[in-house]
Ligand binder design. Structure first.
Ligand SMILES: NC(=O)c1ccc[n+]([C@@H]2O[C@H](COP(=O)([O-])OP(=O)(O)OC[C@H]3O[C@@H](n4cnc5c(N)ncnc54)[C@H](OP(=O)(O)O)[C@@H]3O)[C@@H](O)[C@H]2O)c1
Length: 347
């Protein structure tokens, strides 16, 4: 059986989701994929990096994290090694794969960028849900991965565990992708869907914040920055085109009124925040903007926090993928699929 030693850096919603799947899917991993995964390291911002050569007990880690307790040597009460910072732990311990799941930072990609850079340099494969490092430094990071003969997989950065990047890059390989249009942000889609029921933007935003669909500071979602980050990742992984954030025409949904939404409905249309890439064979045009879509458009009827993406290729005129774009297990699944792909390719 293939043995994989895994480290999870960032043990919040997504890191815990992956850890939970390692427990619930353990039998499947062994029987179907001939794969045994040992979680040897876990890091958080407050608790630092914990490492145990023989493996950490995942249920204990999950219990501690869910109770809000610290992930510390004392709390784990075993022969665990500790470093105050993940970078030191990564440098001085040994593992095969880093799962990077710290918070997305679209200004400089940190702290995830340094974690990913160090792991690749040390010859570790990296799987990540963190958009920052890939949106801002994909050229450097994929080159580092190639130079060290390891894999960098980023499925969970776009539409969580709904397989978009692997479907386009692997499943649709050779089909000459011409355009991608997507609803890539669940928060804004929830807000626009509720506004279609006759509510005001500010009223719906408050409900979304109360229900946990929107952050206290919703800027990254409602102004389109989150969708821009996902477009940068798709431009790089699908088209090999490196775009800077300012090269994406970006309009959020804050200026959309209840009247705009009602007028669109009367015209047989739905307003959606559409992230799009159009490729002419040489360059990519990228836009994030509210668009009035006719009801028959496959993206027009995607409501609530659901995400969707439509891919146009020469051979396949229109393929639409619909699925969750966030969530603990939904995003953990994206990391798990990448982990299995890494193990398969390196065996
Ligand atoms: N949540 C989703 O549904 C979803 C979906 C797709 C992609 N993502 C992406 O996945 C990533 C994780 O999201 P999340 O929702 O799990 O975030 P989260 O719940 O806020 O968890 C972030 C984790 O990172 C840790 N962390 C922060 N700074 C660190 C550092 N310097 N070293 C080590 N650990 C550090 C935090 O520890 P402390 O709490 O101790 O600071 C926490 O455990 C983000 O980049 C997000 O954009 C999330």
């Amino acid at each position: 059986m293939r043995q994989v030693r895994l480290v999870i850096v960032g043990f919040g919603v997504v890191g815990q989701g992956l850890a939970e799947l390692l427990v619930t899917q353990r039998h499947l991993l062994q029987t179907q994929y001939d794969l045994s995964v040992t979680l040897v390291g876990v890091a958080t911002g407050r608790g630092g990096y914990l490492y145990r050569e023989q493996g950490l007990d995942i249920p204990t880690l999950l219990n501690l994290a869910r109770r809000g307790g610290p992930l510390t040597v004392d709390a784990l009460n075993t022969d665990v090694q500790h470093w105050p910072h993940a970078l030191d732990g990564l440098r001085e311990s040994h593992a095969d794969i880093l799962a990077e799941a710290t918070g997305t930072n679209l200004r400089d990609g940190e702290p995830g960028l340094s974690h990913v850079r160090l792991a690749l340099t040390q010859g570790m494969h990296v799987i990540t849900a963190n958009k920052g490092p890939i949106a801002l430094a994909s050229t450097e990071l994929f080159a580092l991965a190639r130079a060290h003969n390891v894999q960098l997989r980023v499925e969970a950065t776009v539409m969580a565990g709904t397989p978009v990047i692997s479907t386009i890059c692997e499943g649709m390989a050779g089909s000459s992708v011409r355009a991608i249009r997507g609803i890539l942000n669940g928060t804004t889609n929830y807000i626009l869907s509720e506004m279609a029921q006759g509510r005001d933007y500010s009223e719906v935003l408050s409900i979304a914040q109360a229900q946990g669909y929107a952050e206290a500071d919703p800027t990254a979602d409602v102004e389109g920055y989150d969708a821009v980050a996902k477009l940068l990742i798709l431009a790089s992984t699908v088209f090999g085109q490196i775009l800077r954030p300012e090269q994406v025409a970006r309009y959020g949904i804050t200026a959309i009124t209840r009247e705009d939404v009602a007028r669109a409905q009367q015209e047989g249309k739905r307003i959606k925040l559409i992230a799009s890439l159009r490729y002419d064979g040489q360059t990519v045009q990228a836009r994030v903007e509210p668009v009035s879509l006719p009801f028959f458009d496959p993206l027009a009827t995607i409501d609530g926090v659901m995400n969707a993406i439509t891919v146009e290729t020469v051979a396949l005129p229109q393929v639409t993928i619909v699925g969750p774009g966030a969530g603990r297990l939904q995003t953990g699944q994206g990391l798990l699929a990448d982990l299995i792909a890494v193990a398969r390719a390196s065996s």
